[in-house]
Design a protein around this ligand. Structure first.
Ligand code: GDP
Ligand code: MG
Length: 171
């Protein structure tokens, strides 16, 4: 029996949420649109050591108004990716606020912090101190590029593992 979990992408506008989903699932997905609430849902089966997990990935499409869709968007999510644009430090502050409201809505579900656009390292705006502060909070951090694909499978895989409490001793 396949295990299945709804996950959401949360983060400021243009951090790369939709691009990450596209990179992750585009070639092997089924999708449909819930146009009424502006949410795009795609599914992707990820193979983990204890077997396959179907991630049902929810991404806001169009207007990125987290507040207005928060309840219907987040309801039932088992975890989320908290996406930060490494070239825009202010998106880290947005992520801090969004994490707090997601926690209020969902309780203590697992999440993985995604530092996206790592291909633009010349424009990188987050400092080592910023990253250290996020690690101090206990945040699990993965650097990604939706452009090159770096880290993207790892981010979703780590989220899937956290949701199903799997341990991969070699990582
Ligand atoms: P969303 O609003 O969070 O869904 O962000 P989008 O996925 O629409 O991406 C916003 C912009 O950032 C688009 O122009 C993307 O092409 C660009 N983008 C997203 N991810 C990356 C990345 O990893 N590297 C680079 N260079 N650009 C990215
Ligand atoms: Mg988007």
């Amino acid at each position: 029996m396949i295990r299945k979990a709804k996950v959401c992408l949360i983060g400021a506008t243009a951090v790369g949420k939709s691009s990450l989903v596209a990179r992750y699932v585009r070639s092997v997905f089924s999708e449909h649109y819930l146009t009424t609430i502006g949410v795009r849902i795609e599914t992707h089966v990820v193979d983990r050591i204890t077997g396959p997990i179907e991630l049902v990935v929810w991404d806001l499409s169009g207007e990125d108004e987290f507040q207005s869709v928060q309840t219907s968007y987040l309801r039932g999510a088992r975890g989320f990716l908290l996406v930060i644009d490494g070239t825009r430090r202010e998106t880290m502050d947005a992520a801090t606020a969004l994490e707090a409201s997601a926690r209020r809505a969902l309780g203590p579900v697992p999440f993985v912090v995604v530092l996206n656009k790592v291909d633009l390292d010349a424009l990188w705006d987050l400092t080592p101190a910023d990253v250290a502060e996020m690690r101090r909070r206990g945040w699990k951090i993965v650097e990604t590029s939706a452009k090159t694909g770096a880290g993207v499978k790892d981010a979703f895989g780590q989220l899937a593992d956290a949701i199903f409490a799997e341990v991969q001793p070699w990582t």
